[in-house]
Structure formats: structure tokens, C-alpha cells
Design a protein around this ligand. Structure first.
Ligand code: NOS
Length: 868
């Protein structure tokens, strides 16, 4: 990316408009999702089908008028791998591709499509059970219209009647639509693919409704209930009584006639089935050639189903032959099981929200899940390679959803999911170190306009030494301006200051000229993939590099003429990314910043005056543009470094109090920053910190603690123990809290007291607390009911400007999050901000308005994304 592009990149809108509107890959366009997947499937080797496809003629299962059909329970069985949109790579990419291409059960979408009957009652992920995992989706529908089943041809049944499916078999399998209908009892109809060598099956039960399943409506689409199994799997075939008739096939549990090995698209079938009680049930089956991708997400739904019935689908016994008493026991077990699942999932931070979704929320969430699922294949799947194609010396980045951000960012920016998230109203940004919030190429641009700024190097720069040479910057008083003109001239005197703009202008063309100068500076101010994932691949080593970026960048940012513009750029780029409020951590360690005269003479209160002025100016400009609803303001969290002595801390605390008194609307809290693993823990400062609380009462101001704590892999280490002290000292939020999940009691306290966690996913990954997003503890917090707000931490160092990237990484990496949950993070960020109550209410109201507008945009803009 050239300098201009990088600048444009920081003007976030430009960034968004560049690659995204152009739909970088046909595979990424909504229209082409199916087509693309279809062609992928077509190209897979075709295995002989264990049984034919239902006919191209509509088949109808006749239902007696009195057949109840209101409560719907969809069972989906897969192997031991929970449904996920990021199946571990080890499973083998081809099988991942097959799954995602062919669709997976999508509880959200299924639930949605059970409408308009309002009582979608249950969506549950059953955890892996032995070598199987199941999803139960249940809800109410007045009709079942069309459904398709897809299965993988599996190995022949073993002696015990079970079927085993190996990953390699899957990787070369063609998905086969299959369907069957069999009566479960007099008041139930089941539809399943349980005949033949299918390695998965599902059933739909209907009961207790005045309507019949025969009614034709698009209430449930095939792809909403798709399922397949993956990996080593054993499934027992449930016995089935069925007959399916059509123009080209007719088969039953005991066998099937063969038809074509692949069906034409969108075949319809009507299936006739007679229950043991003699009732006839009608179901229209539409067998689609290609299901559309969807993502299964376990989410608690609003109300439990009125009743749950259960048939053992993992045993070979005909469910209808199981004695009533056994069935009753099963019912009871599964009712209790349901209850337990319900109670467990009810802890999630978003449970309330998920129980009251509007149609538009459901549809927008559905779209995001569909796109995520499609892109798990088209973007993050390795389309042309199998695990066997990789070689030991392969240096290709490991591509998967939630992959290492520094190598994945360019891919992220091309996705439709990113396009969606970049437009999302993010709420508040609660954790960002101000001096690392503006793109470093923009910072270079700002520095170029300052004649007082100079740069030096330990030696004249050459091709051989440039990687080892670290730049140093300084604003000098006019009488010390330098006459030197080049850092790359052989005559350059070691350590001599060169005017910044001159050094760039004269940079040796052999070293890349001005662009080479920019790259040299950028390398010093950012962490690159080689460092994060190679040379500095531990928390300690990467922190050495990380700290150096602040030390080197400090003289550029803490120079009053740049300070103004820096804050301005930060706030505008935040607004463009949908952030409506900011609490920036400012490092006040240096008691003075450099003024326009090149002297270190600007005290802290003037830093705040400048900050205030810029925020007000931005607000005025927004009002002028009629955009005042987009931004409610910015505050400051006073920080200093946890390397100072207690005496020094006392000075900073008093300084903070004085600033709070003078700028009560600006100072939002107090924090100690720096590497927790190597610097001082909170307990070392316990006296001054406790005294600070008393001093606040004396002075009559309130400065809440908002501590960094637990940004560590330690367990019981001093850094980890910071969590205890932060909580005992009454912290309002916790910065990072990465190790919090190791402390069940502390998680409880955070949940009960509403202590939100400022989670910085990309920061955590780059600073090596986790090497991939799927292993980030965020879902544990969310499922435990601990509120979180997503934060960027140091976007200038990591390249995650705004919040879109962090939302993206979280969204693709875990099933815990969909668009609705992302919305909850945004809502929570405002709720847990330090805004005054009236400001908060206003900010929340404005956000809700933006959110509704945004949901409408998602639904309209992505209308072509298939419903699942
Ligand atoms: O993730 C973090 N944890 C702790 N300290 C941090 C983090 N990011 C930045 N800083 C610290 O904040 C100061 C700049 O404002 C720097 O000292 C930097 O080390």
C-alpha cells in the first residue's frame, strides 16, 4: 500500500469503499454464493449413492385433517464435532468445504422460518455425546413445506449395524440429497434421511396443532434444517417406515430404487406416509440440488417448547417399537436435559435480547450468519489444497476464520462480512491508548508539516544496516535547527539531527527514496507479522518491540502542534467507523510535552484544553453537517506507568485530582499501564491507591479506577493477581482481564457488580496471549454473563483502526457471536461508559436509532442473501 493509499485507509470511509464495493471476488457476492458452492460440489468426485434421490414430481405425505402440526422439533445428528463455522483445519479442508458448501443446520434461521407462528420455542446445541453431537431445533410452525436432507455416502454398516464415516471418505464425498418421511405415532410425523447408508439423519415432529403439515407455505426451507456429519462418526440407523413415491423413485426403509446419482435442481417430492395409528400425513418435500450455506449457532430461544418428545435416534431400534414406559422415561430425561441447557445458556449476556428479537433483527442476523458461513468456505477455506498438499517448508500463512490478524488483515478487508461490520454503529470505544490511535503513515504526514521536527539515526543508513537502525525523533527549538540534509549520505555524522521532511526528501533511491523512508519509520512504529509470529513470538519478546514503538513515537505525538491534529484525526476516523463515544487513555508520565517552540514546557492541563477544544470543534462540524447524532463526545482516562515509585504515584494522583477538579467533564477515570508481567503489580501501590480514594472524598470529586488487570498468561502470578486488587479497589471496568476466566469467583463478582471487561481481541493475539481468535476467552466471559466491550487498544501499532477489525475477528472466530450479540457489545460499551447518567441515556437512545437504521440497511443491501 502506498503512502496515499494508507492515508486514505485511515480515512476509514475511503478504505471501505475501495475494495468492497467492487466485490473483490465473485465468490464473495451474495448472488454467487450458491453458484460458487454448487460448482465446487460439482467438481468433487462422485461416489456411488446409497440410494436414489426423491423424484422430481411433488410428493405428498397425506395427513389426516386432525393431525396436529404446531410444535416442530428438528433433530440433527452429526458426529463428535460441534457444528461450527471454523472447523479445525486438522479435520481437513475439503471436508470443511463440503460441509459449508452444502449448508449446515442453522438454528437461528430455522427459528426464524418457523414464523409466523410466534412461539419459536427452543434452539439448543447438544454437546458432543460420545462420538456424536446433536442439535435440536424446535419451534412451532403451522406447516412444514419443504425440506431437504443431505448426507454423505458412508461406508457400509458394520456388524453392529452402525456406520462409520472417516474424514478422508468425507473429503471425497459428494453430498447427496435424500429425504424420507416416516410416521412416528398417530400425532407425529417425522421426516428423515435415515435410510440406507446415510451417516446422518434428522426428524421433524409435529404435534398439537389444528393445522396440518400438508399446508404449503414457505415457512421452513430445506436449507434451514440441513445437516451432515463430519469426521469419524458412528450412527445407528433408526428404523423407518416410509414410502416415497414419485415419477422416478419409490423407496422405503428396506431398500430403494436407483435413479440418477445427482438430482436436477429444486426437485419437488410429495411423500405419503401412514402412521402406525393409520393416519395419513401429507408433507411436501422440495429437494434442492444445492442447499445454501448457513451457520449453526447455539442460542437460547425465548420459551421452552410446550412439550418435548424424544425418540432415540442413535440406536437401531425402531422408535415406534420402544415401549411406552421407556419412551416416557426418555421424555423425562430429555425434559430435564432441556431445562439444564436452558438454565446454562440463560447466563449469556445476550439472553434477554435474543428472546425478544424483532423480524428485522432476525433477518439481519441471518444474513450475517449466511455470509459468514459462505465466506468460511470462499475466503477462509483452502479451495484448492488438501492437507496433503502442504509441505513442511510451506510458508503460506495459516488461513482460517480468526487467523493471525497481521497476515489476515488484507483478506479481512475484502470480505462482505467486513463490509457489513464496518458500517455497524459500534457504540463506545472504551480502551484505546491515545498515542497509538492514528495510522502511522498519517502521523508521518503530520510530521512532514512540522519544520521543528528532526530525525536521527545511529549511523548513515545503508542497505546492509537499515533494518537494524532505529530512528529517533525530536522537535527542536529554532536556534537548534539542523543544516544536515540526509540520513543516507555517506558523510552523515552519527546521531546528527536532520529535519524530518528533508530526511524523507533525500532518502537514497537505492533504499526506496521517500517511500523507503516511510517504510523505515513504519517498521519502527508498528509490529509486523514476522516479529509477532516469528522472531518475537512470546509475550515477553513482543512486549519489548511493543514498548519500543511508544518510546520512538512519543516525540512525534507529544508535540503540541501535532497533538491537536492527532486527536482530530483519531476522533474523525473513529466516527467514520461508527464509534459514537470515546474514553481515551492518555499517558501523563511525561510532565510536559514539547510546545511549538521546541521546548518541553506544556503542562498537563494544556493537553486537556487541546483535547477539549478538538472534541468541541468536531461536534460543531458534525452539527454543521447535520450529523450530530453520530458522536456524543470523548473523555480521558488518566494513566501513568506502573514502573514508578509510590511517591511518584502520589504526585500523579494529586495531578489527576487537580485535573478532575478543573475539567470534571473530561477526566473519566484513573489507570496504571505498562507490561503487567514485568512491571509493578497493583498491590505494590496499594497505599497510595487507597489514600487516593480518601483524597477524592476530601476534595469532593470522584475519579473511578478503571484498571488494566490480568493481561497475562499467568495463573497466580503478580499480573494475574492484579485482578483481585483491581476488584477490591472498586474498579469500574477491567482493561483486558484476559486471565479472568481462570477465576470463577471473580467472574461471578464481575457479573454481579456489572464490572465490564474491555476486551481487546486483536491486541491479545498480536501480543501473544492467544495465537488465534478461536482460542480467545471472550466466549467464556459472554456465556458466563460477564459483560464485555470490544476495544482496539493500540490500533496504530496493530493496524486495527476503528473497531471493525476487532468485531470481525470475534465474529468469525466463535459461534457465540452473531450480529445481535455484536449489537449487545456495542450497547454494553455505552452502558458501561463513564458518561453521566443523562449523557448515557442520550447516547443509548441515539445508538438505538442508528442500530435500527443499520439493520434496515443490512436487510436491504443484502436482500439477495438467501434465507436459511
Ligand atoms: O495493552 C496494554 N497493556 C498495558 N499497557 C499498555 C497497553 N497498550 C499500551 N500500553 C501502554 O500505554 C502506554 C502508552 O499510552 C505505553 O506505555 C504502553 O506500554
Amino acid at each position: 500500500m502506498g503512502f496515499k493509499d494508507e492515508v486514505a485507509y485511515d480515512q476509514h470511509m475511503d478504505m471501505l469503499h475501495l475494495p468492497l464495493t467492487a466485490n473483490p471476488s465473485p465468490a464473495l457476492s451474495a448472488r454467487s454464493i450458491n453458484e460458487t458452492d454448487f460448482s465446487q460440489i460439482q467438481s468433487l468426485p462422485v461416489s456411488p449413492l446409497p440410494r436414489p434421490i426423491p423424484t422430481s414430481q411433488p410428493q405428498t405425505v397425506h395427513s389426516s385433517p386432525e393431525t396436529p402440526a404446531s410444535d416442530v422439533l428438528v433433530h440433527f445428528a452429526s458426529n463428535g464435532i460441534p457444528p461450527t463455522n471454523h472447523v479445525p483445519r486438522a479435520v481437513s479442508e475439503p471436508s470443511l468445504r463440503s460441509i459449508s458448501s452444502l449448508g449446515k443446520p442453522s438454528p437461528v434461521q430455522t427459528a426464524q422460518q418457523f414464523q409466523p407462528s410466534p412461539a419459536v420455542s427452543q434452539r439448543t446445541l447438544r454437546e458432543p455425546n460420545g462420538d456424536s453431537a446433536q442439535i435440536i431445533v424446535s419451534g412451532r410452525s403451522s406447516s412444514i413445506t419443504s425440506m431437504s436432507l443431505f448426507s454423505v455416502p458412508s461406508a457400509p454398516a458394520s456388524a453392529d449395524g452402525s456406520y462409520r464415516q472417516s474424514p478422508s471418505a468425507i473429503s471425497t464425498s459428494v453430498m447427496t440429497p435424500r429425504a424420507s418421511v416416516f410416521p412416528a405415532s398417530s400425532d407425529q410425523v417425522e421426516v428423515g434421511s435415515s435410510v440406507g447408508k446415510a451417516s446422518e439423519y434428522f426428524g421433524v415432529e409435529t404435534r398439537n396443532s389444528p393445522s396440518t403439515v400438508a399446508s404449503r407455505s414457505p415457512a421452513i426451507s430445506p436449507r434451514s434444517i440441513l445437516g451432515m456429519s463430519l469426521g469419524p462418526t458412528t450412527f445407528r440407523r433408526p428404523a423407518v417406515r416410509q414410502s416415497i413415491t414419485g415419477d422416478s423413485s419409490s423407496y422405503s426403509s428396506s431398500g430403494m430404487s436407483s435413479a440418477s446419482s445427482r438430482p436436477p435442481p429444486d426437485r419437488s417430492a410429495s411423500v405419503s406416509s401412514v402412521s402406525p395409528a393409520g393416519n395419513t400425513t401429507d408433507t411436501d418435500l422440495t429437494v434442492h440440488d444445492m442447499p445454501k450455506p448457513s451457520v449453526p449457532i447455539p442460542i437460547v430461544s425465548s420459551t421452552p417448547p410446550k412439550s418435548l418428545s424424544w425418540h432415540c435416534r442413535l440406536c437401531m431400534k425402531d422408535p415406534h417399537s420402544i415401549k411406552d414406559s421407556r419412551r416416557a422415561m426418555s421424555d423425562e430425561y430429555f425434559a430435564r436435559r432441556q431445562q439444564l441447557i436452558q438454565e446454562d445458556r440463560a447466563r449469556r449476556v445476550d439472553t434477554n435480547k435474543l428472546q425478544r428479537l424483532t423480524n428485522i433483527e432476525k433477518r439481519a442476523d441471518n444474513i450475517v450468519r449466511s455470509i459468514r458461513s459462505a465466506e468460511a468456505v470462499s475466503v477462509w477455506g483452502t479451495e484448492s489444497t488438501t492437507i496433503f498438499d502442504y509441505t513442511p517448508d510451506d510458508t503460506t500463512p495459516n488461513v482460517f476464520p480468526g487467523m493471525a490478524f497481521l497476515t489476515g488483515r488484507d483478506i479481512v478487508m475484502k470480505t462482505r462480512l467486513f463490509q457489513i461490520l464496518s458500517k455497524m454503529p459500534k457504540g463506545a470505544l472504551l480502551h484505546a491508548h491515545l498515542d497509538a490511535t492514528v495510522n502511522v503513515r498519517v502521523l508521518i504526514e503530520l510530521a512532514l508539516g512540522q519544520p521543528a521536527l528532526h530525525v536521527r539515526s545511529p549511523a548513515s543508513l545503508t542497505a546492509n544496516n537499515i533494518r537494524a537502525m532505529i530512528p529517533e525523533f525530536k522537535a527542536l527549538p529554532a536556534d537548534q535547527f539542523s543544516n544536515l540534509i540526509s540520513l543516507t549520505d555517506q558523510a552523515y555524522p552519527r546521531g546528527g539531527w536532520v529535519p524530518f521532511y528533508k530526511a524523507r526528501e533525500t532518502f537514497d533511491p537505492a533504499l526506496g527514496g521517500p517511500a523507503g523512508f516511510d517504510d523505515w519509520v513504519v517498521r519502527a512504529l508498528m509490529i509486523n507479522p514476522l516479529e509477532a509470529y516469528g522472531t518475537h513470538n512470546t509475550t515477553t519478546k513482543i512486549w519489548a518491540k511493543f514498548t519500543s514503538t511508544f518510546r520512538i513515537g512519543h516525540p512525534l505525538v507529544y508535540f503540541m502542534p501535532i497533538w491537536h491534529e492527532y486527536i482530530r484525526r483519531f476522533i474523525w476516523s473513529s466516527i467514520e467507523d461508527g464509534i459514537s463515544y470515546v474514553e481515551a487513555r492518555i499517558n501523563f508520565l511525561a510532565k510536559y510535552m514539547t510546545g511549538p517552540d521546541g521546548e518541553e514546557n506544556v503542562p498537563h492541563r494544556e493537553w486537556l484544553i487541546a483535547f477539549d477544544a478538538v472534541v468541541n470543534e468536531v461536534k460543531v462540524e458534525l452539527r454543521r453537517q447535520g450529523r450530530e447524532d453520530e458522536f456524543v463526545g470523548a473523555k480521558i482516562i488518566y494513566t501513568t506507568i506502573r514502573s514508578i515509585t509510590c511517591e511518584e504515584l502520589n504526585w500523579y494522583l494529586e495531578d489527576c485530582l487537580a485535573l478532575k477538579k478543573e475539567f470534571p467533564h473530561l477526566i473519566a477515570g484513573f489507570d496504571l499501564v505498562g507490561h503487567e508481567d514485568s512491571l509493578k503489580p497493583l498491590i505494590d501501590y496499594i497505599e497510595p491507591l487507597a489514600k487516593f480514594v480518601e483524597r477524592q472524598k476530601e476534595v469532593g470529586v470522584h475519579v473511578p479506577f478503571i484498571f488494566h488487570a490480568g493481561e497475562t498468561l499467568g495463573d497466580g502470578s503478580a499480573a494475574d493477581m492484579n485482578l483481585y486488587d483491581a476488584i477490591l479497589l472498586g474498579t469500574k471496568r477491567i482493561g483486558h482481564g484476559f486471565s479472568l476466566v481462570k477465576h470463577p469467583r471473580l467472574m461471578d463478582i464481575c457479573r454481579e457488580k456489572g464490572i465490564a471487561i474491555e476486551v481487546c481481541p486483536i491486541s491479545n493475539e498480536i501480543l501473544r496471549l492467544t495465537s488465534s481468535m478461536p482460542m480467545h476467552p471472550l466466549p467464556v466471559l459472554v456465556n458466563h454473563g460477564v459483560h464485555v466491550s470490544l476495544c482496539s487498544d493500540d490500533p496504530a501499532v496493530f493496524g486495527n483502526m476503528g473497531l471493525s477489525f476487532d468485531f470481525f475477528q470475534v465474529l468469525v472466530a466463535s459461534e457465540v457471536t452473531g450480529l445481535i450479540t455484536a449489537g449487545e457489545f456495542a450497547r454494553d460499551s455505552i452502558k458501561h461508559s463513564m458518561l453521566a447518567e443523562d449523557e448515557k441515556a442520550n447516547a443509548l437512545a441515539l445508538w438505538e436509532k442508528q442500530w435500527q437504521k443499520y439493520l434496515s440497511w443490512v436487510v436491504e443491501e443484502f436482500v439477495d442473501v438467501p434465507k436459511n
